[in-house]
Design a protein around this ligand. Structure first.
Ligand SMILES: [Zn+2]
Length: 429
């Protein structure tokens, strides 16, 4: 294939002062050597005349050209000031249009990396495509991503509901020490606003408190999982916002109670954990899926299995409660929904109820106001279930990042919907 190195350089920067020294093919990689033509360069300190001391060559990874990974060999000029009184001894001419200092990728390759990470690509995949190291790609992602996130100031300004959620971002070291962070989401527009490197009250409260007053004043809803910390943060910093627990978190507790109940009954009945072929083990999917409630055939199958494995009807009761919680969310009338939740709590709290349901009744009672607030919030276009999908996206990138800032930038590029058009005008020196 014929390669015109001048054409590549025109693609690269379109800079008039860049001269191509040569193009060569080294195995699978194309190599272009360039040099900048400086007319009478001046000392940055005294603006006096300079002379060239030497010309070190620095290699940068560029975007592949016609499928061939490219290396730019940039012959830089190291200059010395000729003024004997000047404090500047020597300096190297950089050019942020070609590559930022300390970044091993060219500027256009680095910006491409940021866009690719934003669309869900992995760093290792990008490193392979560019024929460079994971670290080089990560550094480019971090520096240009950080610049984009900082420049994109619009993200927080117009939401009426934010959600706080804890995210495990890494298990570190031999003891798999857990590091927790707090994600702040705009639950109206379904985007990640920020990630805070802790889940402690004071730090999270400070983050919220540090937001401009008009941003805090606009918040109608503060969404949380069943966390006392986040509940306290909203209560103290944005007392006028209604605190809401998302449907997903409540359903998860109901499902957990059902699952724990099934396991316990199974253990008591059989003396061991569930194995395939046994009735309660066979029932475990039917207990969870939504379809069972609306399909007489599945319903009959479940009843048959429970008749065999659940002689005291405990699992059946827990299943009924889970379905009732689902009905609570399908009830559109807020008042009727509140009555239904009260009934569920009373039912679970009975002395005759399985221990898992009694525990659930405590949880539901403790968070009664925040759970019932969901029905009011929903009608005013408040929190949506989309938030849960968003958090899943964040959590998918979380594991394995030992460095918090790396994780934060990557999560924001991936789930924060930054305005990628700003990248064109962003300068990293
Ligand atoms: Zn000087």
């Amino acid at each position: 294939m014929h390669v015109d190195p001048n054409e590549i350089v025109t693609h690269l920067v379109g800079l008039k002062d860049v001269r191509v020294l040569y193009y060569a093919r080294r195995g699978p990689v194309g190599e272009i050597a360039i040099e900048q033509v400086h007319v009478d360069p001046r000392c940055p300190s005294c603006e006096g005349p300079t002379r060239v001391k030497d010309r070190p060559v620095v290699a940068y990874t560029d975007l592949p050209f016609a499928g061939v990974p490219m290396t730019i060999l940039w012959k830089k000029h190291r200059l010395v000031c000729t003024n004997p009184e000047c404090v500047v001894k020597s300096f190297t001419r950089g050019d942020h249009r070609i590559a930022a200092s300390g970044c091993m990728l060219t500027t256009r390759a680095a910006k491409w990396v940021v866009r690719e990470i934003g669309s869900g690509q992995h760093i290792s995949h990008l490193a392979k495509t560019l024929n460079t190291s994971w670290d080089s790609v990560n550094t480019a992602m971090r520096r240009y991503g950080q610049a984009l996130i900082s420049a994109d100031t619009k993200r927080l300004k117009e939401t009426t509901a934010i959600g706080l959620d804890e995210t495990l971002f890494v298990r570190e070291g031999a003891f798999k020490h857990k590091h927790w962070s707090t994600t702040v989401c705009d639950v109206v527009n379904n985007q990640l606003i920020d990630v805070i490197p802790t889940r402690d009250f004071s730090e999270v409260a400070r983050w919220l408190h540090d937001q401009p007053e008009h941003v805090r004043a606009r918040l109608e809803y503060g969404c949380l999982d069943m966390s006392r910390t986040y509940n306290a943060v909203f209560k103290v910093v944005t007392p006028k916002a209604t605190r809401v627990i998302d449907r997903f978190h409540v359903m998860r507790h109901a499902l957990l109670a059902l699952d724990e109940c099934r396991r316990r009954v199974q253990q008591v009945q059989l003396g061991h954990r569930g194995r395939s072929g046994e009735p309660l083990y066979k029932a475990r999917k039917l207990l969870v899926i939504k379809a069972t409630a609306n399909d007489p055939q599945l319903q009959a199958r479940l009843e048959g299995l429970l008749a065999l494995g659940d002689p005291d009807g405990e699992v059946a009761l827990a299943y009924g409660v889970k379905e009732a919680v689902a009905r609570f969310y399908e009830t559109t009338d807020a008042e009727r929904a509140t009555d239904l939740l009260r009934d569920i709590i009373d039912q679970c709290a009975k002395k005759s109820s399985p221990p898992e349901l009694r525990k659930l009744s405590h949880t539901l009672r403790n968070w009664f106001d925040q759970i019932t607030a969901w029905h009011h919030a929903r009608v005013s276009n408040g929190p949506t279930e989309g938030m849960n999908n968003l958090l899943k996206r964040v959590k998918r990138v979380a594991f394995g990042f030992t460095n918090f800032e790396n994780f934060r930038i990557r999560a924001l590029l991936y789930a924060g919907k930054p305005n990628f058009r700003l990248l064109d005008s962003i300068v990293v020196r």
